[in-house]
Design a protein around this ligand. Structure first.
Ligand SMILES: NC(=O)c1ccc[n+]([C@@H]2O[C@H](COP(=O)([O-])OP(=O)(O)OC[C@H]3O[C@@H](n4cnc5c(N)ncnc54)[C@H](O)[C@@H]3O)[C@@H](O)[C@H]2O)c1
Length: 306
């Protein structure tokens, strides 16, 4: 199978490239905006160093004859999307439309990286959040992800394009940058590794659903080949972890004595977050394999080694 991964040089992309079976031919399209192009050059992939917003990319993708396109390339920063919604939309909507046009022309399936941010604030009674929950994004980043989900539905209806949407919870792991989504673990890990203190905004009882990037990569691989297409799956652990517990585990696996500082709650931060993964278990035959302790051990070892 020919697999084309946009944004393959990024954090999740780096885990995915390592997970895709060797029998497949892999092409990565990435402009190096936040990704590590140099690392990509050492991987067994064809690299097209291009911006997905450049219209010429449509023909270049079609020429690769992909059977599946995994679309990870995006502007991933929530704050930046609030500061500059036009740039966010040009990357996440217009760039994506080039990818969808290419998929339409060559009949490729699209696996799309969406996000828990699509749900926005959810009542605690609605946890764990299921895929049929109303979408109410609170940022332009969340909005453009929801927009692409709607485009995919219509590309399927009008052109028969097959798609699988994966809404990721808070992803963490080796090689994560601290600019994009879900960066609390990478921010803490880098500071702990550098012997610096960390600050929890709020009292630390707020919860998140932390899922290891290697597990996300396995979920994407399932989405590449599943027969249960043209639908959306949460990829999550369906487990809530408070920031206080997170810091405790990070201390244990890093061998550091961590005493966090506390700051005031940041505006717009949600209190509890957890996505149901029941549909992914049934439809994709996927469930996360790496415990938080194990994942944090790998993540801390990576940042302590760097
Ligand atoms: N990390 C998370 O917790 C998380 C959670 C939910 C969804 N996601 C989604 O998963 C995807 C991957 O996220 P990530 O954390 O690996 O981010 P990342 O920033 O590490 O990776 C994004 C990659 O896309 C590339 N890219 C960006 N704009 C591009 C463009 N216009 N043309 C070509 N390449 C471009 C970057 O260079 C980078 O390699 C994104 O779509 C993101 O929205 C991430």
């Amino acid at each position: 199978m020919n697999v084309l991964v946009t944004g393959g040089a990024g954090f999740i992309g780096s885990h995915l490239i390592g997970k895709i079976e060797k029998k497949h031919i892999v092409t990565v399209v990435d402009n190096g905006y936040t990704g590590d192009i140099i690392r990509m050059r050492t991987c067994d992939v064809n690299l097209i160093k291009k911006n997905v917003c450049d219209q010429k990319i449509v023909k270049q993708i079609v020429d690769e004859k992909p059977n599946v396109i995994v679309h990870l390339a995006a502007q991933t920063m929530v704050d930046s999307s609030i500061k500059d919604p036009v740039f966010d939309a040009s990357e996440n909507i217009m760039g994506t439309l080039n990818v969808l046009e290419a998929a339409r022309q060559c009949g490729a399936r699209v696996v799309f990286a969406s996000t828990a941010a699509a749900y926005g604030d959810v009542l605690e009674d609605d946890l764990p959040v299921v895929e049929s929950q109303e979408l109410s994004p609170q940022s332009f980043y969340g909005l453009t992800k929801v927009g692409v989900e709607k485009y995919l539905e219509l590309y399927h209806r009008h052109y028969g394009l097959d798609y699988v949407i994966c809404r990721f919870a808070n992803v963490y792991g080796e090689r994560q940058g601290d600019t994009g989504e879900g960066g609390v673990i990478s921010i803490f890990a880098k500071r702990i590794a550098a012997g610096k203190d960390i600050t929890i905004y709020g009292d630390g009882t707020q919860t998140r659903d932390f899922v290891y990037a290697g597990d996300i990569a396995s979920g994407i691989c399932k989405a590449m080949t599943t027969e249960n297409v043209n639908t959306v799956y949460n990829l999550s652990t369906q487990t809530e972890t408070s920031l206080l517990d997170l810091v405790k585990i990070m201390g244990k696996v890093s061998g550091c004595d961590i005493v966090p500082k506390f700051g005031s709650v940041r505006e717009g931060d949600i209190y509890r977050s957890m996505l149901s993964n029941q549909k992914a278990k049934e439809g994709l035959g996927w469930e996360p394999q790496v415990s938080l302790t194990d994942g944090l051990r790998r993540t801390m070892a990576y940042f302590q080694g760097n």
